[in-house]
Design a protein around this ligand. Structure first.
Ligand SMILES: C[S@@+](CC[C@H](N)C(=O)[O-])C[C@H]1O[C@@H](n2cnc3c(N)ncnc32)[C@H](O)[C@@H]1O
Length: 209
């Protein structure tokens, strides 16, 4: 696992096992804000309590970006988050990564088991989702690519996620891969393009109808 500086001045990691970066090299924090936090906040306006499922938690950037943005826009919002992550080494990285999110000290506290509103469950997400609870208003879905981890972009796993989503809940992900979208649709989610950031391909937004 190597620390890499991305173009917005934030750090990401490189996975030797999957030969992929954890984030876009154009900006790790920017990706978390634009592809996850922004559509997340837009979907929950008007709510005062929100449950978030962060699948493939990694450095926790998606939850941190969402907390910052949601609390900026809705000062009274209460967020409870569950993160699914199978690599204890990446959770240790959280303790030393110099992320600039205002809420990042809470992500670090969650790693130490000292932040009651953020529960990180260690293990394969296909198993740990069974203990995740719900129903969730938002799902941040951020595995390595469908090419590298087809088992996570499968219809079976999207079904496990979809049954834990509240009616109208939203899943956000960076990928627009056709097969992944088909599997979301087969799992009962309604699929649309997510935000286009710079000249990236759009992500995907999937709603539980
Ligand atoms: C692309 S990175 C996600 C980046 C992350 N959202 C962040 O803010 O840093 C993918 C993450 O999924 C984790 N992962 C891979 N396979 C997994 C699995 N089967 N169950 C749970 N986590 C997994 C990896 O360890 C890695 O942290």
């Amino acid at each position: 696992m190597r620390n890499i500086l991305t173009k917005d001045g934030s750090f990401t990691l490189y996975s030797e096992e999957h030969s992929e970066y954890y984030h876009s090299l154009t900006g790790a924090e920017e990706e978390a804000r634009e592809k996850y936090a922004q559509p997340g906040v837009a979907a929950i306006r008007g709510k005062d309590r929100v449950r978030v499922l962060d699948v493939c938690f990694g450095l926790g950037y998606n939850t941190a970006a969402f907390l910052d943005m949601a609390e900026d826009e809705m000062s009274r919002i209460r967020v409870e988050a569950v993160g699914l992550e199978n690599d204890p080494a990446v959770l240790r990285e959280i303790l030393t990564t110099p992320a600039r999110f205002r809420s990042y000290p809470r992500i670090r506290a969650a790693v130490r088991g000292e932040e009651p509103s953020i529960r990180i469950i260690l293990g394969d997400a296909r198993q740990t989702i069974l203990q995740a609870g719900g129903p969730f208003d938002l799902v941040f879905f951020d595995p390595f690519s469908p090419k590298r981890q087809p088992e996570l972009w499968s219809e079976a796993f999207f079904r496990e996620i979809a049954v834990r989503m509240a009616p109208g809940a939203l899943l956000a992900t960076y990928s627009c891969a056709k097969a992944a979208r088909e599997h979301m649709g087969a799992a009962g989610l309604s699929v649309a393009d997510g935000p286009v950031v710079k000249r990236w391909a759009p992500g995907t937004i999937a709603r539980k109808v």
